[in-house]
Write a protein that binds this ligand. Structure first.
Ligand SMILES: Nc1nc2[nH]cnc2c(=O)[nH]1
Ligand SMILES: [Zn+2]
Length: 521
């Protein structure tokens, strides 16, 4: 059956389809109208395809997948490195999150979080929001409107949290979660772009009935789950005290049916062998957050041990435990943490290699979020969630490429010295949505009606009537935000097959013979 290809991409394509493999090739990729990748072959109809040819020292790389980031903590990113976890939560984190009861404030911060993570090349993020349903709904609207794939988790927390930032009861927490789930089912019924994710903050902040209710919510709505596990020794001791009849931290979650194949467990720094076995059996995944573990002096997770045990592993920035939403920093820190642990334990195997690290940041993240068949690498049939990375000197970044550099070197220099200026284009599901080559063409506006979001996410009817007037006065009726209109400067050819796409002025090292860009059909 002949398929119409809408866009053809021609250029260097780099991805890590499985743990430890790194594929670097000259490719021609066609994106069909349902935005899946087809390695274009002659039987494809190309007559009016738009063709994007990459410049020398540009390459396609799968969009980064951040499997653990706290959106309301973004204002704290980069400070507060003086305390360990539990004191850090009290002094810095709960206060900043509690300010998200104000939807105007939530808009200001969440708009910045989504545009900033997109600028770093994060095409898919699993967000913790605050415990507030309206703010969580707003985050979902923003991701959906700005084009970033996202899981949105309204924190469930009804105990051991400050009075100003704690849900009244298990019942109110469940009700507030159900309101978000139904709000989001109108926003994206098939959960193709945004989906709720059930988010018991961590065992210490949930009563037993709330933990159990979260397991039921996930089962009833067929939703993923995210939480924290075994990050810090003080936290583990607290969990042991709070749940004396449970064998371990893992057993607390398992006992409440929170370990499923769609569960994301952040940190996992101090798991015992038996816990690793249980997590493997339940097919739950780990979000390794090395930057946060270093900043909060939590410890060093032995990722090699988890990988050897067959556990799905991904990477998370864990803002603001981690000081930046830049996934390149998470990759760098994972490289360095694994090497520090290798030297402490005198076992060089523990060091993670670059292909493995890039896998954790892309395909590994897709697997942990249950979307490994859809995104994470450039395999046929997947969505075109892709970055165009530019490491040429025009980007003015500290990535300096020399003639003798191989593409492996170039890739490594980008990882260790690159930043958002190297992200020229960000594509999600075949649409160009961000990147330095995206200019604000016109401020075609994103209209968000905060009052309607707020009204639609109020949990109790009496609140609706009592507060209607106050709400409509306090909120700006509709917010208009500049949304970048992206124009890539890819060249457009009518008939790409008529001629091979040779680079004229390539500065690729002489050692590489110039390969045809067109895949052999
Ligand atoms: N790093 C981190 N760990 C947590 N455990 C419970 N909540 C948090 C949080 O916000 N950040
Ligand atoms: Zn976290």
């Amino acid at each position: 059956m002949v398929q119409v290809i809408d866009i053809i991409f021609v250029g260097k394509l780099i991805h890590t389809p499985s743990l430890g493999t790194l594929e670097i090739e000259d490719a021609t990729v066609g994106v069909h109208q349902d935005e899946t990748i087809r390695f274009a072959k002659s039987h494809h109809m190309l007559k009016n395809a738009e063709v994007h040819v990459l410049k020398p020292l540009q390459f396609f790389f799968p969009g980064f997948i951040d499997t653990h980031i706290h959106a309301p903590q973004y204002p704290n990113a980069g400070f507060g490195i003086d305390l360990p976890l539990l004191k850090w939560l009290e002094k810095y984190t709960f206060p900043i999150e509690s300010s998200f009861r104000n939807l105007d404030r939530a808009l200001e911060i969440y708009y910045r979080v989504v545009t900033r993570t997109l600028s770093y090349g994060t095409t898919f993020a699993s967000y913790f929001s605050s415990l507030h349903t309206p703010a969580s709904a707003l985050l979902a609207e923003l991701c959906f409107s700005l084009g970033q794939r996202a899981y949105i988790g309204k924190c469930n927390m009804n105990t051991l949290s400050p009075a100003h930032y704690c849900e009244k009861s298990c019942k109110s927490s469940v009700e507030a979660t159900n309101v978000l789930v139904s709000f989001m089912s109108q926003l994206d019924p098939n959960r193709k772009f945004v989906s709720p994710i059930i988010t018991p903050r961590f065992a210490p902040s949930c009563t037993k009935d709330l933990l159990k209710a979260c397991g039921e919510l996930a089962a009833n709505h067929d939703l993923p789950i995210q939480t924290h596990i075994s990050e810090n020794l003080g936290e583990i001791a607290l969990v042991r005290e709070l749940f004396p009849d449970r064998k371990s931290y893992t057993d607390v979650y398992d006992h409440h049916s929170l370990l499923t194949p769609k569960t994301v467990l952040a940190h996992a720094v101090y798991l015992e062998d038996e816990e690793i076995e249980t997590i493997y059996k339940r097919q739950s995944g780990i979000s390794h957050c090395p930057t946060s573990n270093a900043v909060l002096a939590s410890g060093m997770a032995n990722i090699r041990k988890l990988l050897d045990a067959g556990i799905k592993v991904s990477l998370g920035t864990d803002v603001s435990g981690g000081y930046t939403p830049n996934m390149l920093v998470a990759i760098r820190q994972a490289a360095l943490t694994s090497r520090s642990l290798a030297s402490v334990l005198r076992d060089s195997r523990i060091a993670l290699e670059l292909p493995e690290l890039l896998y954790l940041a892309t395909q590994g993240g897709a697997e942990v979020l249950g979307r490994g068949h859809e995104v994470g690498s450039f395999e046929e049939g997947k969505a075109w969630d892709a970055l165009v990375v530019d490491v040429s000197s025009e980007t003015n970044t500290p990535v300096d490429i020399y003639e003798r550099d191989t593409w492996e070197n170039i890739l490594s220099k980008w990882v260790f010295n690159g930043d958002d200026r190297n992200v020229a284009q960000v594509w999600v599901n075949g649409k160009l949505i961000a990147g330095t080559e995206c200019k604000i063409e016109d401020t075609s506006l994103l209209n968000l009606n905060l009052a309607s979001i707020y009204m639609n996410t109020l949990t109790s009817p009496e609140k609706k009537s009592l507060r209607l007037q106050e709400i409509l006065e306090s909120f700006t009726k509709t917010i208009t935000l500049p949304v970048t209109q992206c124009v890539s400067d890819g060249k457009v050819h009518a008939e790409p097959w008529k001629h091979s796409v040779e680079r004229e002025d390539t500065i690729e090292p002489k050692s590489f013979e110039r390969k045809q860009f067109l895949r052999s059909t």
